[in-house]
Design a protein around this ligand. Structure first.
Ligand code: TRP
Length: 331
């Protein structure tokens, strides 16, 4: 049975982009796979070291988002990265298997450096986080990683590390990793200009109120040339249709709607109304669970402790195998 490892940085509430990009896959996969979900607080610190409180507080928030989305703590192991020492030790070893030039070429890192306006002042930990992420994945001997498409270059780099290790160990010690990327791609921001992002503040969270949902959908860009209802409209690049593609399960009706929109005669308000209804239905149960958990600090903490204890055992095992396979010193 293949093992799944995936994770999120605890820097803010999860949103519909996470839901479509990965959470939904995780909820389905937990029934058929051994799944570990890592709250990557150390990774979050790579660009939040001056804001430790934000990272600390969001660990519990992200855990609540998982539970609200339908992650079952008895089926999936939810754990906290900073409490798993083997990951840190593996990162230290892997650092010697990746060149600075290779890190600088990683397209995800390049994009993120630009987005964060680091200039030349890139924290070394940030530059190297793909190495730490390779440690996250391999510490659990995972072979499947459900992530959004922006993470594909990180998985590629993880596989390069895995190949190097296996070559040096002279056996297939670590399985190669496949990224499980949803076909829908990235969920755009409301104006369609970027991805939905915590840091850009243009998100619909898993606990948005009915009013917030309505407001967000009404702000969404459609086709700027679809001015009169009778004008033919564009479906491609139309944010409302991109969201309908992601969330509307009645594909036949959706196709008819697209046809109608293309021909003209279908107003933006009708497609927005449909999307609002669907998002209300999708978010309501998650918001309810989220609200129920808002005062359950101890319960959520106990889930994290339980999961992390299991993760410590598994990752310590991998680390000691790794060290012995590489012929490293130990007492
Ligand atoms: N880099 C991921 C993100 O920003 C989070 C993450 C950390 C992760 N460790 C991981 C994802 C391991 C997959 C596997 O969303």
């Amino acid at each position: 049975m293949s093992i799944i490892l995936t994770g999120d940085r605890p820097t803010g509430p999860l949103h519909l982009g996470h839901y479509i990009g990965s959470l939904k896959n995780r909820v389905d996969l937990q029934h058929t796979h051994k799944q570990y979900i890592l709250i990557a607080d150390n990774q979050a610190l790579t660009d939040n070291m001056s804001n430790t409180q934000k990272v600390r507080e969001n660990i519990l928030e992200v855990a609540k988002d998982y539970l609200a989305a339908g992650i079952d703590p008895l089926k999936s192991t939810i754990c906290v990265q900073s409490q798993i020492p083997a990951i840190a030790e593996m990162t230290l070893l892997y650092m010697n298997m990746v060149t600075v030039a290779r890190l600088e070429r990683n397209p995800t890192i390049r994009d993120e450096i630009k987005a964060r306006n680091f200039g030349r002042d890139i924290p070394a930990g940030f530059m190297c986080y793909p190495v730490a992420q390779a440690a996250d994945i391999t510490a659990f001997k995972a072979s499947l990683v459900p992530v959004g498409e922006d993470q594909a270059p990180l998985i590629e780099q993880t596989n390069e590390v895995i190949k190097k290790i296996n070559r040096q160990c002279n056996k297939d010690f670590l399985p190669e990793v496949t990224a499980l990327i949803p076909s829908i791609g990235r969920l755009p921001s409301l104006d369609g200009k970027s991805k939905m992002s915590k840091s850009l503040g243009n998100t619909i969270t898993l606990f948005s109120t009915p009013d917030e949902i309505k407001k967000s959908v009404n702000l969404m860009f459609t086709d700027p040339e679809h001015i009169k209802v009778s004008d033919p409209g564009k479906v491609e690049g139309n944010v409302v249709f991109t969201y309908l593609d992601a969330f509307d399960t009645n594909k036949e009706e959706l196709e008819l709607l697209k046809e109608h929109y293309r021909q003209g005669g279908l107003g933006d308000s009708i497609i927005k109304k449909r999307l609002i209804e669907i998002l209300q239905e999708t978010i309501a149960p998650m918001r309810d669970t989220r609200n129920r958990l808002s005062n359950e600090h101890d319960y959520v903490m106990s889930i994290l402790k339980y999961g992390t204890e299991k993760a410590v055992v598994v990752t310590n095992e991998t680390l000691s195998e790794l060290k012995s396979n590489l012929g490293l010193f130990s007492f």
